[in-house]
Write a protein that binds this ligand. Structure first.
Ligand code: FES
Length: 225
């Protein structure tokens, strides 16, 4: 299954002084190939990096971005951490589940169009409640707007994220996460271009600039104060 990506695996490994340092991007390459990290994917990484399958498994089962079951065409992550939950994230997650016939965390819709998960803080609290599709942000969601996204994905459409690159699909994004930004398979560098900062996130910096506020200087190394 991985014969077609051995050149890419070698390119990943060549980026690092030690082969084992290449494990994280190599696991993303595995997910690009098979949509999750299977036992054979773990064995592929172990062989390529000359480490044990237990060492690969320890990493693959620690980080939530590595999936042990096949992911659908898209991965929908609904933030249900404190701020998003209080502002409607729990309701959004419940409505998304209901729309998809009651599937649960890390389960896939019957048509294979998407896997859903409830996510911890997605680092966009100033735009809560948020969800991501294939890690691209849809900010300031409501139950209705979230269900519109779900329905569009089920129709095979790719709704435009609020920020970030246009949607592709989960496996293509995994190739990006493996570090192949300019690969023709993901559309080249233009495919990852998109607005990344929201006005809400920049407001504090703009206020500081207007008022002439600056951060305290960093003490010299070795200084006791
Ligand atoms: S709590 Fe949802 S982005 Fe931080």
């Amino acid at each position: 299954m991985f014969d077609g990506v051995r050149d890419r695996a070698a390119a990943i490994i060549a980026r690092y002084p030690e082969p084992r340092s290449a494990l994280l991007p190599l696991l993303h390459l595995v997910q690009h190939v098979e949509g999750h990290v299977s036992r054979s994917g773990i064995a592929f990484c172990a062989e390529a990096l000359e480490i044990t399958t237990a060492e690969v498994s320890a990493v693959a089962t620690f980080y939530t971005m590595y999936k042990r079951e096949p992911v659908g065409r898209h991965l929908v992550s609904v933030c249900t951490n404190t701020l998003c939950a209080a502002l409607g994230g729990d309701d959004i997650y419940a409505a998304v589940r209901e729309r998809l016939d009651g599937i649960g965390h890390e389960e896939t819709s019957a048509d294979g169009s998407m896997t859903i998960e409830h996510a911890e803080c997605l680092a966009a609290c100033d735009l809560a409640p948020v969800l991501t599709v294939d890690y691209e942000f849809f900010d300031k969601q409501t139950v209705d707007s979230a269900l519109e996204i779900i329905d569009a994905l089920r129709r095979g459409e790719k709704p435009a994220p609020t920020r970030g690159a246009p949607l592709t699909d989960f496996r293509s994004v995994e190739l990006l996460l493996a570090g192949f930004f300019d690969d023709p398979a993901v559309g080249g560098l233009d495919a990852v271009a998109g607005p990344s900062a929201a006005e809400e996130s920049l407001r504090g910096a703009r206020l500081a600039e207007e008022r002439g506020w600056t951060a305290p200087s960093v003490p010299d190394e070795g200084s006791s104060s």
